[in-house]
Ligand binder design. Sequence first.
Ligand SMILES: [Zn+2]
Length: 499
Amino acid sequence: MKNSRRSFLAQSGLLTATALGAPHLARASETILSQPGQTPKRVIMMVSDGMSMGTFTGADHFSLLTRNRPTTWRRLLNQPETVTGLMNMRALNAIVPDSAAAASKWGSGALVVNGAVNHFPDGTGLKPLCEVLGDAGWQRGLVTTTEITHATPAGFAASVSSRDLADTIAEQYLEHRLDVLLGGGSDKFDASKRKDQRDLFADYAQAGYSLLRTAEDLRTAPLDRRWLGTFTSGHIPFLVDHQNDAAHHKAVPRLAAMTKRALEKLANAEHFFLLVEGGRVDQACHNCDIAGAMREQIAFDEAIDVVLEFQHQHPDTLVVLTTDHGCGNPGVNAIGGAYARSSPLFKNVAAMKCSVATMIQQMGTEPSVDQIQTVFREATNGYKISERRASLLAPFLARKGSTLYDVMNSAVVQVGQLLANHLAVGWTGSTHSADYVLVTARGPGAENFRGFINGTDVFDQCLTFADVDFRNPQLPVTDGFALQSAALENTDDYLRVMA
Ligand SMILES: [Zn+2]
């Protein structure tokens, strides 16, 4: 009896949200503006960078394992007001995008060549979304776990020929007077680290910004000033390397904490656009590091909880969750008779004590077989690899390995494959993939993200919401894979043409 009541409540969505630690979902339906045709006053775009569907799926299993509840993102899919679609993120020159070209689609409504940020090969610079919205009176914020000048945040607020021009990107953020900048990458503002030795921190301070360098600075930052928060010199370190490191967490805020403070600051603006990026999911997957990716994806999910709570308080907010491309395409593989070993092996992911990057660093380029075995045993909390396997790995650490599939020919991929025997998660490589990406939207305007859409639609929709009539120039794709015209990407139009 009790069970059937619980099951009814679960189906109706009344019990699960509060019982499973996401109270904003329980009271969501009556507060979320979900009627088509409404215009949001605020847009929060959340990007888990390089999130293959295997990462999305794995994180849900990992969440059930370690938090005793599903991910909030997965649970959102069953909410009646949630809109779900798939997005085409191809670049101008390739069906596989990098983060710069992908973010440029969202950030300028145009396709660019991989590596460029809102910039065409002929030198034409495109006007980025944050500049256009700034001109329209919107406040704008970028929050990330990578360097703040990295490709994804840059795609919303900069225009440069190459993503490597991070020093220039840092200058453009100031020129556009972005209201909130939180992440890693202080080197790009530091006179002693910049190529031109310009003291960009001083220039930001001169322009009225509060300079935030620690989690404590972030907690106490004045809400009436613009913020430049750079909490580490490079990217914010992988969480898997700092699981029990209280000193680190005291100094470096988590993504959810940065998101919460950014929203507290932006809440007073009549209109704002905020990007929240879980930027190191991608970087963990480049390292074939499932434990690293799971920790980063869960941290991203914590930030989703913060954003949904804000949306509950401010119903005229549109929330869009997505990723820019797949990376590594991890998957829990079938192992053992009746695949019975897959589940217990996947549980070993939670016992991983450090990142693959740290393992590689510890092994160095010429370790003994014994040293390799020790690093694996300690990193995995007990997994003993055979001498034969350690010997097979050694040449890859020395960059003398050889594989049949070229993209597998690296130390990280081979460490990832070796770990797969213990964690049940295999990889297709350590690079991006052309997968169409999941997009989940909620709030006023969400209906525009239903079905199969193009990455450029994000830019166009944001300008529509801001009532701005502007389009950047476009170039045709160059790799022979015709991009379906916008009209043909609409199912009704497609069916009409095909009829
Ligand atoms: Zn990447």
